[in-house]
Ligand binder design. Structure first.
Ligand SMILES: [Zn+2]
Length: 381
């Protein structure tokens, strides 16, 4: 049996214990100690990382009354060993896990919704509640949750009896049983949980909801707290500073200036497109070859070719347009009455091309060739 030290004290970073067993597990070794501060995976939180006697702990799982540490090297049964948990990682997980308790508790109090899903990795916490929330609701929830931090609310662990438990306003719906471990954030939440938590909400640091969306009739919320929230703030702050510098914008003008720059860019792009089209039209030279109006122009994209073709569609049975590019031609062939696909096939075959389309219009690219060779294709057909 392993004594789970983290249940009574979340702050044990180093401990000594005796090795009860060590068995091979593939390339690794499963070690059971008489006591451990390593949190075994559970309740949506990953197992602690760290070292035992300098050997990396790869995984920690509960198995009945034992905690199994998977290590990359064996330990001697009977030896006293020193365990050391990765405290930075553990603290971040405690901050974020507990912040989720508080947010869920606040949402439950404000709206009566239940937490119906929880996932935590080392950069983000995601949880789901079973009711809709608006942006204003989210803002209120976030403010209220941070009150727990600013007032440094006490966080306590208790193991009520069935009778005591029946009288407690507990958020999680669990079966009444002796020995349930309850985590209470004073004034904000009470919830059954097996994971380590800080003793005061001040240790959690800022609680920030970074995203939310409608999900299965409820709401999916993404959040960060503590160190992760600081990292997120630093990242966004640096990004904002770069944008401010680029746009010569003041802090309070960032969003407005980005919007204005986007609008200006869209206007400029539309102007360039119109000018390119004018240029393509101005440089267009056409000749009738059989029943096809064949035209050549300088660089033009397919949209421009399509617009030019639409303007000339009544002039011949087929309109075949070619725009010079760095390595060949873009082509577009259109017809109101004929089938253009045969022309695409002939162009592709003769000039290492690619492209196709529907009977009324084909488009594609062909390799560099003399314009006369292209014109000859239409003489043959
Ligand atoms: Zn918890």
């Amino acid at each position: 049996m392993t004594n789970k030290l983290y249940l009574d004290n979340s702050y044990i970073k180093e401990f000594t214990a005796t090795v009860l067993s060590c068995t091979e597990n593939g390339e690794n070794y499963d070690v059971i100690l008489d006591a451990t501060a390593f949190f075994a995976e559970g309740g949506g939180q990953a197992s602690d990382k760290g070292e035992i006697n300098g050997v990396a702990v790869l995984d920690v799982q509960e198995n009945g009354e034992n905690v199994i540490h998977t290590l990359s090297a064996p330990l001697n049964v009977g030896d006293t060993v020193k365990g050391e948990i990765d405290w930075e990682l553990r603290l971040s997980r405690m901050q974020n896990h507990c912040a989720e308790h508080i947010l869920s508790g606040v949402i439950h109090k404000m709206f009566g919704y239940n937490n119906v899903g929880f996932h935590m990795n080392d950069s983000l916490v995601t949880f789901d509640v079973d009711g809709p929330l608006t942006a204003e609701d989210i803002e209120r929830v976030e403010k209220e949750a941070n009150k727990a931090v600013f007032t440094n609310a006490e966080i306590s662990v208790s193991y009520p009896t069935v009778e005591q438990f029946a009288k407690i306003d507990c958020r999680s719906k669990i079966e009444l049983a002796d020995g349930v471990r309850l985590i209470t954030v004073d004034g904000f939440d009470t919830c059954a949980c097996c994971a380590p938590h800080p003793m005061r909400a001040g240790e959690i640091g800022i609680i920030k909801i970074v995203n939310f969306c409608a999900f299965k009739g409820g709401t999916r919320i993404e959040m960060v707290a503590g160190g992760l929230a600081l990292n997120d703030y630093a990242y966004l702050h640096n990004a904002a500073k770069t944008i401010m510098k680029q746009l010569s914008a003041k802090r309070e003008e960032i969003a407005e200036q980005v919007q204005k720059t986007g609008d200006d860019l869209a206007t400029a792009k539309a102007e360039i497109k119109a000018l390119n089209e004018q240029l393509a039209k101005a440089s267009l030279s056409t000749e009738m070859v059989g029943n096809t109006l064949v035209g050549f122009t300088k660089e033009a994209d397919f949209n421009t070719l399509r617009n030019i073709a639409n303007g000339k569609i009544e002039k011949a049975e087929y309109i075949a347009l070619f725009a010079e590019t760095a390595d060949g031609f873009n082509y577009l062939v259109a017809s109101k009455t004929g089938d253009t696909r045969g022309i695409a096939k002939a162009l592709n075959e003769n000039f290492s091309g690619k492209g196709g389309g529907k009977p009324d219009c084909v488009q594609g690219k062909i390799a560099k060739t003399d314009k006369l060779n292209i014109v000859n294709i239409f003489k043959k057909s």
